[in-house]
Design a protein around this ligand. Structure first.
Ligand code: PMP
Ligand code: GLU
Length: 394
């Protein structure tokens, strides 16, 4: 039988973060001593009250289909979270709970984009934005930034990228992969441009909100005139170390939320019932109880930045959030390392994997081909060993 896959899937890239993590795992099973700094997932255990809530949900027989857009009690907890943390006043019909923030993003693209609609993606962008937009037949308009601007887009760059076809701007702050955090003033400056173009919508991915060493997270939807044009995306994967539980959510204009619910109702139905009950407990957890994770990430950030700065050829910004460093390693391009010519960031990441046994992710996947991403969601000992190996091999 002839194998035929749709053009839709053949033109899609495999998620580079997941691919590198799988490759590291495979090499480990072959007996190689690989340190994987490829995947972004917190290496902490879930807090006990959240686990207890999940166990209780099983005992309470939360085993039927949940409402497509999420349990009302969970939506209440999300509304409170948005109100208390972000000064955003959503109503219940503006909230949709999904199977991870990844699905939230995919829902938004599928319900808002028509063929040819342009989506501005400041680069580096999170790995899946590009393919999600393309899946929805949108056109990613990648706006490069560099270490000189702390990997942040300027108002003039934003304005220069706008065309009559621009439908949306997608960005994350704190940013995966650069760790950059937009200050209130920087967001305000972008908002002044956006106000001139009232037909552009904003997807604000705030999943790293709490992993912010600057301490003051600002939601773009909280600025005047932005609330009705912004889809605020968040979830429990990062702050509550619940990556495998797969719960994400949006706060959005009612018509967008309604469309996402309709779409989700044909694709996945409501998100996992037990995980939703556990998420109520997560969202009610005082941030002081997860502060130890944030402090630990900050400590590791300081260590990894200091260690990488000792290596010639690594240029670094100081990330202010998330748990990644994103060094510019273009100094190595054209060089011969142990018989391998390094032409690009993918060659460099492969070189590190094969010669230092350290898995990282090439910046290509994030739209920044001069960089690699190194996740520091690993113990201090592991980080020190990994950077020692990289230094040795270079
Ligand atoms: N956005 C960003 C910026 C991320 O790093 C991630 C991590 N996977 C997601 C969205 C998706 O998160 P999840 O699907 O686990 O909720
Ligand atoms: N967000 C994480 C990362 O960027 C998890 C992997 C993924 O969902 O692609 O590594």
């Amino acid at each position: 039988m002839t194998q035929h896959l749709s053009q839709r899937i053949t033109s899609m890239s495999t998620s580079a973060t997941l691919a590198m993590a799988a490759k590291a795992k495979e090499l480990r099973t072959q007996g190689k001593d690989i340190i994987s700094l490829s995947l972004g997932e917190p290496d902490f255990n879930i807090l006990d009250p959240i686990k207890d809530a999940a166990k209780q949900a099983i005992d309470d027989n939360y085993s039927s289909y949940s409402p497509v857009d999420g349990y009302e009690e969970l939506k209440r907890a999300i509304i409170d979270k948005f109100k208390n943390d972000n000064y955003l006043n959503y109503k219940s019909n503006q909230i949709v709970v999904s199977t991870g923030a990844k699905q939230s993003l995919a829902n938004v693209a599928m319900v808002m984009l028509d063929r040819g609609d342009e989506v501005i993606l400041p680069a580096p962008y999170w790995v899946s934005y590009n393919d999600i937009v393309k899946l929805a037949e949108g056109v990613p308009i990648v706006v490069p930034t560099s270490i000189e601007s702390d990997f942040k887009i300027t108002p003039s760059q934003l304005e220069a990228a706008i065309t009559p076809r621009t439908k949306m701007l997608w960005f994350s702050s704190p940013c995966n992969p650069s760790g950059s955090v937009y200050s209130e003033d920087e967001l305000y400056a972008l908002v002044q441009i956006l106000k001139k173009y009232p037909n552009i919508f904003i997807v604000s991915d705030e999943i790293y909100e709490h992993i912010n060493f600057r301490g003051n997270h600002v939601s773009i939807a909280a600025f005047d005139e932005m609330f009705d044009r912004t889809i605020t995306v968040n979830g429990v994967s990062k702050a509550f170390a619940m990556t495998g539980w797969r719960i994400g959510f949006i706060g959005a204009p009612e018509w967008v939320a309604k469309a996402c619910t309709k779409f989700q109702g044909q694709i996945t139905s409501g998100a996992n019932s037990i995980a939703q009950r556990a998420t109520i407990s997560a969202l009610q957890t005082p941030i002081s109880q997860i502060q130890f994770m944030i402090d630990e990430f900050r400590k590791r950030r300081d260590i990894i930045v200091a260690l990488l700065r000792e290596i010639d050829g690594f240029k670094l910004n100081v990330p202010e959030g998330a748990f990644y460093v994103f060094p510019d390693i273009s100094d190595f391009f054209g060089r011969n390392l142990k018989g391998t010519i390094i032409n690009n960031a993918s060659d460099f990441a492969l070189f590190l994997l094969e010669n230092a046994n350290v898995a990282t992710v090439s910046g290509d996947a994030f739209g920044s081909p001069n960089c690699i991403r190194i996740s520091y969601s690993a113990s201090e000992k592991t980080i020190r060993e990994a950077i020692f190996r990289i230094k040795e091999v270079l």
